[in-house]
Every structure is written in C-alpha cells, then in structure tokens.
Design a protein around this ligand. Structure first.
Ligand SMILES: CC(C)(COP(=O)(O)OP(=O)(O)OC[C@H]1O[C@@H](n2cnc3c(N)ncnc32)[C@H](O)[C@@H]1OP(=O)(O)O)[C@@H](O)C(=O)NCCC(=O)NCCS
Ligand SMILES: [Zn+2]
Length: 218
C-alpha cells in the first residue's frame, strides 16, 4: 500500500522507527485513501489529503480533504477512520492497558468531578474506566482540531457507565454529540460529531477494502 501514499506521507512513514508504528500509520493512510478513492472515483494515490499542522506547517496535523470531513486514530492492532460529508468528526481508539496508573493520569486529564467518579471504580476496573474517559475527551478535541493543545481537564464528559455526552467545555460552544463505539473488549473507542440532530453511525470493517487491493488500478 505504500505506493499509494504522497510524498509527505512517505516522509512520515520512513521516519517511524518501530514497524508497528509504520504499520498503523500506513493503514490509516490506506483506509482514508481507498475509501475516498471509491467515493471520488479516483485511484487512491490521486486523492489529495492535506495534513498541514496549523502550528508548524509540517504534515502531522488533522487530515483534511475537499468535500469530506475525516478523523484517523490508531492504537494496538486497531486502526480506524471516521468520515462525514460535511460535519467535523473526531475519532479516538485506545487499547486498554490494565497496567496504566489511572490515578496519576487522572491528575493531568480529568476534572475534579471525573476524578471522584473514577475513584468509585475498583482498582482493577480503573484502567478501563479511565480509558473510556480518555477516548471520549480525545474524540471531542480531535473533532474541533484542538488535539492535545486543549486542556483535557476542562473537557468534562459523562461517567464511563453513562451514555457518552459532553457536559461542559468552555473551549468550544457549538453543538457536539458523542458516542462510544464497539471495538472489542480490549479497546475503548469514541466518536464526536460537531452537529446537533439525529445521528446514525455505520461501523464498517475496512479489511475487505485493504485485502482486495486498490479498487481503482490504472
Ligand atoms: C491529535 C492527537 C490528539 C492524537 O493523539 P494519539 O492518541 O496519539 O493518536 P491517534 O492515533 O488517536 O490520532 C492520530 C491522528 O490524529 C490526527 N491529528 C493530528 N493532529 C490532530 C488535531 N490537531 N486534531 C485532530 N486530529 C489530529 C492525525 O490524522 C493522526 O493520524 P496520522 O497517523 O494519519 O497522522 C495528538 O497527537 C495531538 O494533539 N497532536 C497535536 C498537538 C500538538 O502538539 N500540536 C503542535 C505540533 S507542532
Ligand atoms: Zn506541528
């Protein structure tokens, strides 16, 4: 799939030291390019993606393309891309690592009310609960494009055992909807959509698109 990437993506690909990071990045590019290729009736390598970072100009920012909003996320063995024709979306998947120190991570990413809620979970269940909080918050800041420049302690979301919703964030005052996605028992995943109104999420396995080779070979 590497021959479907553009020059900026090639530069990113070869710069990764670890094979698994290369693979995750490459798959994110391939899914985005192949889905957009089918949508635009173009070969994947002809799809124009702009990854320019608004801060430094390097190609590591939120992926943009004309006529589609998208968001890429990868963690562990999972790579996911969200698409919407007009509304900004933010997707975050994270592998649940039972060894993380959820209480320490909470001090830099959870609000006081969320930290108190987390403390109600048994220590063995805390990594999963923390990761649910984390993916919900990251989905929101990825939808707006703030990314980790936002203070996650100020993005207050519902408790992990409650339906996902943003309860408070003064950094953004437009509409936002949040949903948890099913990603298997080892992962947490959330999707944020910057619009009000009815929301239907279709989750589609990208494996057939990848294993079938490019849909549009010249
Ligand atoms: C975006 C960000 C939250 C991703 O976190 P992560 O959990 O490590 O990684 P994920 O796999 O979930 O997401 C990675 C994807 O986020 C996307 N992304 C990068 N910056 C983004 C932003 N500001 N908003 C939304 N999405 C962004 C990219 O598409 C990236 O995928 P790629 O591999 O195709 O480049 C984090 O990397 C970030 O905030 N980066 C920008 C902050 C920063 O330092 N900016 C200044 C740099 S000069
Ligand atoms: Zn940058």
């Amino acid at each position: 799939m590497a021959d479907e990437l553009d020059g900026a993506e090639h530069g990113r690909l070869v710069a990764y030291a670890r094979d698994e990071d290369k693979a995750r990045f490459l798959l994110g590019c391939a899914v985005a390019r192949r889905v957009l290729g089918v949508h635009l009736l173009l070969p994947p390598d002809q799809v124009k993606l702009d990854r320019t970072c608004p801060d430094c100009g390097r190609p590591h920012g939120k992926v943009r393309t004309e006529g589609m909003q998208l968001s890429v996320s990868h963690s562990g063995d999972l790579v996911a891309v969200a698409f919407h024709p007009s509304t900004p979306v933010g997707l975050d998947v994270e592998v649940i690592d039972p060894k993380i120190d959820a209480d320490s991570l909470a001090t830099v990413s959870l609000a006081e009310v969320e930290t108190k809620e987390l403390a109600r979970y048994e220590p063995a269940a805390r990594a999963r609960a923390f990761t649910a909080y984390w993916t919900r918050k990251e989905a929101v800041v990825k939808a707006t494009g703030h990314g980790m420049r936002a203070d996650l302690r100020k993005v207050i979301v519902s408790a992990p055992d409650q339906p996902a919703e943003v309860q408070e964030w003064h950094g953004y005052d437009g509409p936002v909807q949040l949903v948890d996605l099913e990603a298997g028992s080892d992962y947490a995943a959330a999707l944020a959509v910057l619009a009000a109104g009815d929301l239907t999420v279709h989750s589609i396995d990208a494996a057939p698109l990848l294993s079938s080779g490019s849909a549009h070979r010249r």
